[in-house]
Design a protein around this ligand. Structure first.
Ligand SMILES: Cc1cc2nc3c(=O)[nH]c(=O)nc-3n(C[C@H](O)[C@H](O)[C@H](O)COP(=O)(O)OP(=O)(O)OC[C@H]3O[C@@H](n4cnc5c(N)ncnc54)[C@H](O)[C@@H]3O)c2cc1C
Length: 488
């Protein structure tokens, strides 16, 4: 039987392993931590509360072609949808709401309602075609060229420019720009409109759900699928030397610099240079809360929102993200808030779990412990007066603590590498075959490769497809020598 090793048991490594195991390949997964999941895990915190340690909301997860094909629901995964997928509160005005229906979303956007519908119409109507295009390697002929051309024509500018051109009012512009800011680059950056449009269309069709019982349910389901097909998962095993792995090709769900640090890596100098050019992006600082009661939002409808973008106006959001990208910590940062309890009653019996993170500059250190948390809470107080008086417990994780927990979160960069400029699309650089580092020997599956960050498993899916493609060609690929494993 053919044999492949997978390094890293986050959503991408596990997806690759599941696809390979289903193809009849003998798979061993090696994971540094003492549990599977990577940045898609949850744990008990604050007593009985289930807290998502990394990813919380899953617009791309619920729509992922890979997760659908793997049938994760058979292993207990259940998506829970909040009544309002996403909201963006504004000072002294009703919040902008992304609702699970285009007409309902447009209705509360006033004069911009028709423009909102027109902007998203093609995406909403042909979402699967668009997902097949954007969740695939970028330098290939798209699965649906017409849809790709149409999306590209609308999505190439910045979310800021598109919002200004199409909408006349703040709420619609805020919905677009807030979603775009998930990319960790200022919404004035080219191509950020693509993120805003896709997140909006997903919210109005598939939703921005949580996983019942915590995000760990997603990666546990992936692990169960691997094992159901005979795959083996070895936790507590940090891989430093490819020569220590079983003979055969290896799929690495690691960042490019971590790949280059592996002993026994044999790749062409051009590939090595491409990986060396990899840049990391802004960091995240995470804060989890257990509250005595629900968040006292000034706009009470937000109690039903799964995800809330706390930033204020688009101009404030842009200023915050621009400062962060420049290396300065903004006084009024963009705070991403999730309220899993709006959809999943299992998260805590004794209080309300609130998940939040904010972007902080790469490599930046807070002047004193708790400083970033105080900025986060000032933003929350602004739109939810009385928030801090409801805090029973809080737990924060700085960028360096995030990296110590999951080595792929380099410097606290949760996207596996900056999404700025061409690197946002050409991951891990300019190549027609982004998942193959050495044909028949070494493959890349992390969010540093196409189609990038998020819990959807697509980098792992494509990496596994590349392995299977090469396996069907006559070549020495199943020979340990292909990656130098017989040097010992
Ligand atoms: C705070 C935070 C919030 C996020 N929010 C969201 C969200 O709401 N929605 C969303 O879709 N995405 C979100 N993300 C992003 C998402 O979690 C990542 O894009 C996704 O987990 C990447 O998957 P991966 O498998 O490539 O890497 P990871 O999930 O990082 O997994 C990599 C695994 O490799 C292991 N590893 C590393 N080095 C080695 C080694 N040498 N040997 C063995 N094992 C190794 C690590 O321990 C880890 O388990 C968030 C991430 C974070 C951190």
């Amino acid at each position: 039987m053919r044999r492949v090793s997978v390094v890293g048991a986050g959503p991408n490594g596990l997806t690759a392993a599941a696809v390979l195991a289903r193809a009849g390949i003998e798979v061993d997964v090696f994971e540094r931590a003492d549990r599977v999941g990577g940045a898609c895990s949850s744990a008990r915190l604050f007593g009985d509360a289930t807290v998502d340690l990394g990813a919380a909301a899953h617009p791309f997860g619920v729509a992922s072609p890979a997760f659908r094909a793997l049938g994760l629901e058979r292993h207990g995964l259940e998506w829970c949808h909040p009544p309002i997928p996403m909201a963006h509160p504004l000072d002294d005005a009703p919040a902008a709401l992304l609702l699970p229906d285009p007409a309902a979303t447009a209705d509360q956007l006033g004069r911009d309602g028709d423009a909102w519908l027109a902007l998203h119409a093609h995406l909403v109507r042909h979402l699967d075609r668009h997902l097949a295009n954007v969740l695939a390697p970028p330098l290939r002929w798209p699965a649906h060229p017409g849809a790709m051309a149409r999306f590209g024509a609308t999505a190439w500018p910045s979310a800021l420019a598109l919002g200004r051109r199409v909408f006349g009012q703040e709420p619609a512009r805020a919905l677009l720009a807030g979603s775009a800011a998930h990319a960790g680059v200022p919404p004035s950056s080219p191509l950020t409109a693509a993120f805003g449009l896709l997140f909006g269309a997903l919210g109005m069709t598939r939703g921005w759900p949580f996983a019942r019982g915590g995000s760990g349910a997603i990666t546990r389901a992936l692990a169960a699928e691997v094992e159901a097909h005979g795959g083996r998962i070895h936790v507590g095993q940090q891989v430093r030397d490819l020569g220590e792995l079983p003979p055969g090709p290896v799929v690495l769900s690691l960042t490019p610099h971590a790949v280059l640090g592996l002993q026994g890596l044999e790749v062409r100098p051009a590939v090595r240079r491409r990986l060396m050019r990899w840049r990391h992006g802004v960091a995240s600082h995470k804060v989890d809360y257990l509250l005595d009661g629900s968040v006292p939002w000034a706009d009470a409808r937000l109690a039903d929102a799964g995800t809330v973008h706390v930033a204020g106006t688009v101009a404030e959001l842009e200023a915050a993200e621009r400062a962060t990208a420049r290396g300065e910590m903004p006084r009024h940062p963009f705070v991403l808030v999730c309220q899993p309890g709006a959809a999943d009653a299992t998260r805590s019996r004794s209080g309300v779990v609130v998940w939040a993170y904010t972007h902080v500059p790469a490599g930046w250190r807070e002047p004193e412990p708790g400083w970033v948390t105080s900025l986060v809470e000032a933003q929350l107080e602004r739109f939810a007066p009385g928030f801090t008086s409801r805090v029973r417990c809080r737990a924060e994780r700085t960028p360096s603590q995030l990296e110590a927990w999951d080595a792929n979160l380099v410097g606290g960069d949760i996207a596996g590498g900056s999404m700025a400029g061409l690197q946002g699309v050409l991951r891990p650089g300019l190549t027609l075959d982004p998942h193959t580092l050495r044909r028949g020997g070494v493959y890349l599956a992390s969010s540093a490769t196409s189609p990038g960050a998020g819990v959807h498993g697509m980098p792992g899916w494509w990496a596994a497809r590349a392995v299977i493609r090469d396996a069907s060609r006559p070549s020495p690929i199943w020979d340990a020598r292909a990656r130098g494993a017989d040097r010992r």
